[in-house]
Unconditional design. Structure first.
Length: 243
């Protein structure tokens, strides 16, 4: 009872001091008072033991011990999950190609339509077919030139190539992977990334260097890069293309 009475008296004194003071100092005191009240509310049902060291408990793990994994999970609670993420990062490919494919899957590569949305200069039509507006999905999936590259590259590796009704890069990848035998899918996924990357490089060569290649020439470069990738560690790609 005595403790509660002393606390109330102290709070009343603080209130009077804050009312008597104005300006910036008064605002600071009010903030301190609010924090004090909040801390007092937290400590009312706690028993403080003098001489006992403080202990820290991480509430997002069952054992109360901090881990970077639990912190990452906590920060991402309620966030939107990207369905194709694990497939991208688990596929063998150079890191820069994975990053490109991640951005392309989320329509974040700098195609003409995206440049226009950001107020930048951009060509009105696709750099590969010169027929339609250059969106990410058009450039990599529905463009006639890109489809010819896909057809030749996948046929070379004896992979099924059925475009169906796919209109986005993710849909095209998912549908295409589903048509491959289970034992060939890892190699197929690497080839899929390589082909998309090669189409993007051809587009950039036309836009920034004025160099134009035929679909057959692009596929020849894909074959050369596939051999280098296989030598660099893409064993499943090597089995896919030269088994």
């Amino acid at each position: 009872m005595l403790r509660a009475a002393l606390l109330r008296k102290k709070m009343d004194t603080m209130k009077e001091n804050i009312r008597a003071d104005g300006g910036h100092a008064g605002r600071e005191k009010r903030q301190v008072f609010v924090e004090y009240v909040h801390l007092r509310a937290l400590l009312l049902d706690r028993t403080v033991q003098p001489g006992t060291p403080d202990s820290y408990v991480w509430r997002w793990t069952s054992n109360g011990i901090y881990s970077s994994k639990s912190a990452y999970a906590m920060l991402n609670q309620g966030s939107e999950q990207f369905q194709g993420a694990s497939r991208i990062w688990n596929t063998w490919a150079p890191l820069k190609v994975k990053i490109f494919f991640w951005l392309a899957s989320r329509r974040r590569i700098w195609t003409s339509d995206r440049r226009r949305r950001h107020g930048l200069a951009a060509a009105p039509r696709c750099a590969l077919c010169d027929q339609e507006s250059e969106t990410c999905d058009h450039l990599l999936v529905t463009c006639p030139f890109a489809r010819e590259v896909w057809w030749q590259a996948l046929s070379w590796a004896k992979c099924s190539c059925q475009f169906g009704n796919a209109s986005t890069l993710q849909d095209w990848w998912e549908q295409s992977e589903g048509h491959q035998p289970e034992t060939r899918r890892k190699g197929f996924n690497t080839l899929f990334m390589l082909t998309a990357w090669s189409i993007w490089k051809e587009r950039n060569a036309r836009v920034f260097e004025g160099k134009i290649s035929t679909s057959s020439q692009v596929v020849q470069r894909i074959k050369g890069d596939a051999e280098l990738w296989a030598q660099g560690g893409a064993k499943k790609l090597g089995c896919l293309c030269w088994e």
